[in-house]
Design a protein around this ligand. Structure first.
Ligand code: HEM
Length: 457
């Protein structure tokens, strides 16, 4: 809490408040959500200091400042998650690796998200989405979209990505444990009975045990390119790169992949559904694009598997997904630590301080977006191309050497969900007004978003 300035540097420290001893401003942050950062940014500027989750922190907003942090990976800054996140994800996770090890691990992971691999996951993702929408439509009661979207993305990660064959009962129990793990990833690192941190550790241990059992029981695909799931690709790719993974590394990588896919994709799926409900003309325009491109015929989605290239060539759909991720970026930012003292926006970032670059605040304050608060997918059209007016104004998947590895998979999932929603579902808001949006730990509606789904007649 007493982290201080670098006296050898003449620049002033960032402005800001450090709150109370030990807890700093953690409680304000949890209670105020996005309002916390907005109010401090207005008071102290784009680079301000605070104290969150047990450590002093400098929060950085704005494309130029964020660019300097992200492009300075391995020279100015290095990754450092809060202690709770780092411990729960484990030392072998990509998120916690640095330098050469990080580079090598990313190379191994890259194959998991290659074009060829995505093409092989596509029909399975489509099937999981179709089954889920059928279940939602057959329920006479409204659905809690956020909770069900979490189940959907967990299901996608466990069955489609990792090829685990677990019973529905085991799936439900794993889901609850995983929820406990995620809920406590960002907690004060106090290891006492009944603290969130201790609950997170217990959930992690239970998950690792279940995952080890599932990995040992899983029939692995034989050598060759006919992948059955991402775990097969990961194992094959690590062998090809001379980095055979130990069971511990496999367990940590598996949990990391589920975690990376789970909360983010569920948040984005919920925001997508909410925006389609809020903006019927957008939904109609999506349907029009699907009709004109032969995806929709006589009001029904054409039978048969979709191809990656044709799904990715739907331009309006692409604009809608981009706009959802701009206005409702699921990840609020990333954590780093200063490796040396450096200048940012006229103030010093002293060596050893934690730095958090901000995604959502950068989107919200960027001058390149006209009517920044308006949901306007066409800002991303070829004619307007607002995101082309400078790098780092639009960064839902981060940037630099740690750019999200799963971004193609995530956008494929969201595109398929939007196609199914527009092509084979009717859905209505089941409450009188739209819910408030909460931003911690990821963006989600306060009541989960209650929606009644109907099948097409
Ligand atoms: C990293 C966003 C989905 C795997 C990141 C980062 C962001 C992000 C912002 C960078 C964090 C940083 O700078 O420290 C998102 C969003 C998603 C999404 C918004 C969904 C809409 C996924 C999926 C996967 C995935 C589906 C894989 C199954 C990863 C991994 C990293 C990462 C492995 C760590 C990369 C590294 O440290 O080198 N993601 N993500 N993400 N993401 Fe995603």
């Amino acid at each position: 809490w007493t982290a201080t300035r670098d006296k050898s540097c003449k620049l002033p420290m960032p402005k800001g408040s450090m709150g109370f001893p030990i807890i700093g401003e953690t409680c304000h942050w949890l209670f105020q959500g996005s309002g916390f950062h907005a109010s401090r940014r207005q008071k102290y500027g784009n680079v301000f200091k605070t104290h969150l989750l047990g450590r002093p922190l400098i929060r950085v907003t704005g494309a130029d400042n964020v660019r300097k942090v992200l492009m300075g990976e391995h020279s100015l800054v290095t990754v450092e998650w809060p202690k709770s996140t780092a411990t729960l994800l484990g030392p072998n996770s990509l998120a916690n690796s640095i330098g050469d090890i990080h580079r090598k691990r990313r190379k191994v992971f890259a194959k998991v998200f290659s074009h060829e691999a995505l093409e092989s996951y596509l029909p399975k993702i489509q099937q999981v989405i179709q089954e889920t929408l059928r279940v939602w439509s057959s329920n006479p009661e409204p659905i809690n979209v956020y909770r069900e979207a979490q189940r959907l993305s967990f299901h996608m990660a466990l069955r489609v990505l990792l090829g685990f064959r677990v019973s529905d009962e085991e799936m439900r129990s794993l889901f609850d444990t995983f929820q406990d793990f995620v809920d406590n990833l960002f907690s004060l690192p106090i290891d006492l009975p009944f603290t969130g941190y201790r609950r997170g550790i217990r959930a992690r241990d239970a998950l690792q045990k279940a995952i080890e059992k599932a990995i040992r029981e899983k029939p692995l695909c034989s050598q060759g390119k006919d992948y059955t799931d991402a775990l097969d690709v990961l194992i094959e790719s690590s062998n090809e790169n001379g980095m055979e993974l130990t069971m511990q590394e496999l367990k940590e990588s598996t949990i990391e992949l589920i975690f990376a896919a789970f909360a983010t994709t569920a948040s984005a799926s919920t925001s997508l559904i909410m925006q389609l409900l809020r903006h019927p003309p957008v939904l109609e325009k999506l349907r029009e694009e699907l009709r004109s491109r032969g995806f929709l015929h006589n009001g029904c989605l054409c039978e048969g598997a979709l191809r990656l290239d044709s799904v990715c060539s739907l331009k309006y759909l692409d604009c809608v997904i981009k706009e959802v991720l701009r206005l409702f970026a699921p990840v609020s930012g990333g954590y780093r630590t200063a490796m040396q003292t450096f200048e940012l926006d006229g103030v010093q970032i002293p060596k050893g301080w934690s730095v958090m670059y901000s995604i959502r605040d950068t989107h919200d304050t960027s001058a390149v977006f006209k009517d920044v608060e308006k949901f306007d997918p066409e800002r991303f059209s070829e004619e307007r191309g607002e995101d082309k007016e400078g790098r780092f104004h639009y960064l839902p998947f981060g940037g630099g050497v740690r750019t999200c590895l799963g971004k193609q998979l995530a956008t494929l999932f969201l595109r398929l969900l939007a196609i199914e929603l527009a092509g084979s579902s009717r859905f209505e808001l089941a409450t009188r007004t739209f819910p408030r949006i909460i931003t911690v730990p990821v963006v989600h509606p306060s009541d989960g978003l209650r929606v009644k789904f109907f099948g097409l007649d």
